[in-house]
Design a protein around this ligand. Structure first.
Ligand SMILES: Cc1cc2nc3c(=O)[nH]c(=O)nc-3n(C[C@H](O)[C@H](O)[C@H](O)COP(=O)(O)O)c2cc1C
Length: 197
């Protein structure tokens, strides 16, 4: 009986070990793995250097044929942030962010023709960079979607006076976190297919 228990415990130990993550640990990987959406903020301001870093990180993103077909609307005016929150409650702009950044596609810089829609990928990459940079600086942020919901995008275009060729992809409220949401483990090995489906 004692032998059986020892064998069972050893088997459990081996199974647990084989499930151990094989993640290469460094600061950048840790930052990616621990980012979460933050939707509540303290209302504290962020510094000019922090804002500049966020925008530089966003513009460091890759883009198809390096077109960089983007523009970033930075809303610091408290009245305008509150108006965005009221009109678009899903945007979390009523929850006291320091700033709302709106990554947009600039269609005048996009690839001409059918490939033009690559702007969505490009601005998405910029947005993820922005989220990761915010997290790396101890700030909180959340991607809140506009495009392809035409009603949402149009509302923001009208509120902020965007020309027709500037399409807002999302609103990213950024600020000092007033909450620490739990990190989600989203790793699903079944999502991976080697060499073919
Ligand atoms: C395209 C897109 C649209 C999203 N829209 C919203 C939104 O309108 N409001 C919101 O609170 N979060 C929004 N989110 C954030 C997601 O809910 C969040 O990323 C998801 O629940 C996973 O949580 P995590 O970011 O903490 O890992 C959006 C995320 C993406 C990528």
């Amino acid at each position: 009986m004692k032998k059986l228990i020892i064998i069972a415990l050893a088997a459990i130990g081996i199974a647990a070990c084989s499930n151990q993550p094989k993640v290469m640990e460094n600061e950048t990987i840790h930052n990616i793995m621990t980012r979460v959406s933050v939707r509540n903020f303290t209302g504290e301001k962020i510094s000019e250097a922090q804002l500049d870093t966020l925008l530089r990180a966003a513009m460091a993103a890759p883009s198809a044929i390096n077109k960089q077909p983007w523009a970033f609307i930075v809303v610091t005016d408290e009245t305008k942030i509150a108006a965005l929150g009221e009109a678009l409650p899903f945007s979390r702009c009523s929850n006291h962010p320091a700033v709302a950044i709106i990554p947009c596609g600039d269609l005048s810089k996009a690839i001409p023709g059918e490939m033009g829609a690559f702007w969505i990928n490009d601005v998405s990459a910029a947005t993820e960079n922005l989220l990761l940079a915010a997290h790396a600086m101890g700030l909180g942020a959340v991607w809140t979607g506009l495009h392809p919901d035409m009603n949402r995008a149009k509302m923001v275009q009208d509120m902020l006076g965007l020309p027709e060729h500037i399409i807002p992809l999302c609103i990213v409220p950024v600020g000092v976190p007033a909450e620490q949401p739990e990190i989600k483990d989203k790793f699903v090995p079944e999502n991976i297919h080697y060499n073919a489906w």
